[in-house]
Design a protein around this ligand. Structure first.
Ligand SMILES: NC(=O)c1ccc[n+]([C@@H]2O[C@H](COP(=O)([O-])OP(=O)(O)OC[C@H]3O[C@@H](n4cnc5c(N)ncnc54)[C@H](OP(=O)(O)O)[C@@H]3O)[C@@H](O)[C@H]2O)c1
Length: 299
């Protein structure tokens, strides 16, 4: 089957890189529509799309795959704005790229005959991202059968793999993705903050940690977290954990809850690995739960 003609709505980080990759892979981008006409024009020129506009009413008839690459909170507004643009939406797949939202966020277009798709590329995109950012990534799909089948084709065309999710799995899938990327970045920012408290600037701190982080990442690529975990908690060294907590209490008390919460989870990982015996685990947990205070919850 021929590739459907595409419209991109939202010329931001995802819209830009998606339009560029689709064009490079043989899809025709018929239109770029965005909140600002300048943004739409710039991307349309790059991918040789004949239509560039700040008005959804300019969605051209040939576009049979419409990607809404707008902020999550704008997806419903854009769907409602698109409704009156066509009297009959059958024969068109409308997709959004929001990880946490179901395809049903576009429900009004479904009621008008469109097939609905949630098409979430599991990658972090910035304004500087290149089309190669799609190489080998996963795209999470959710929606009606026809839309998901097209989503699989498009993902493969982009050079990505796809996974299909049940609607009720989407929030937890996106939670996992956010933790993997955003919380990892945040954790490294906290590491920098601890190092700054001993007068290592951000660049020095990052250089100091890089080999440790890179080896940890390589270990995780080939092993389960249970097998990759090292350090005082995996060894059951309660005294060392107490030394950390004392240092936090004296210098960075606001980090105690996050240290103790992650430490509690590290104990569970260590117990699952079989390296930390339950009685030694409880010894470490007692120190962490004292620190966590009312924030502690039994799993
Ligand atoms: N960035 C990521 O790493 C990433 C990864 C996977 C999925 N996503 C998802 O992809 C979607 C877009 O994210 P993004 O990072 O590309 O956001 P972004 O860079 O902020 O871009 C959003 C674009 O949407 C346009 N826009 C905003 N409101 C609009 C409206 N009412 N009508 C038409 N256009 C509108 C903006 O247009 P103007 O620039 O013209 O004002 C902006 O260019 C989100 O649902 C996000 O969850 C993001």
């Amino acid at each position: 089957m021929d590739n459907p003609s595409v419209a991109i709505i939202g010329a931001g980080a995802v819209g830009r890189v998606l339009a560029r990759r689709l064009t490079a892979r043989g899809y025709r981008v018929e239109a770029v529509l965005s909140r600002s006409e300048a943004g739409a024009r710039a991307l349309a020129a790059e991918v040789e799309a004949p239509v560039a506009s700040a008005s959804l009413a300019d969605l051209p008839e040939p576009a049979r795959l419409v990607f809404c690459c707008v902020p999550d909170d704008a997806v419903g507004t854009v769907a409602r704005g698109l409704g009156p643009v066509r009297s009959d939406w059958s024969g068109t797949v409308v997709a959004h790229t929001a990880g946490a939202l179901p395809a049903a966020a576009l429900y009004n277009l479904g009621e008008q005959g469109a097939s609905l798709l949630s098409f979430h590329p599991l990658q972090t995109f910035t304004a500087a991202s290149r089309p190669e950012a799609f190489d080998g990534i996963y795209v999470a799909l959710e929606g009606d059968a026809r839309a998901v089948a097209l989503g699989e084709e498009v993902a493969a065309g982009l050079g990505a793999r796809s996974i299909t999710l049940a609607t009720e799995a989407k929030a937890r899938y996106h939670l996992a993705a956010s933790m993997a990327s955003n919380y990892f970045v945040t954790l490294m920012a906290l590491v920098g903050e601890v190092l700054a408290s001993i007068d290592l600037d951000r660049r020095e701190g990052a250089a100091l940690m890089r080999p440790l982080v890179e080896t940890t990442w390589r270990n995780l690529a080939g092993q389960l977290p249970e097998d990759a975990l090292t350090g005082p908690i995996a060894r059951g060294d309660r005294r060392t954990v107490e030394t950390h907590l004392d240092a936090l209490d004296e210098h960075l008390p606001h980090l105690i809850p996050v240290y103790a919460a992650l430490g509690t989870e590290a104990v569970r990982v260590a117990v699952r690995s079989g390296r930390l015996a339950p009685d030694a685990a409880q010894h470490v947990l007692d120190a962490l739960h004292d620190a966590l205070g009312p924030y502690y919850k039994e799993p």
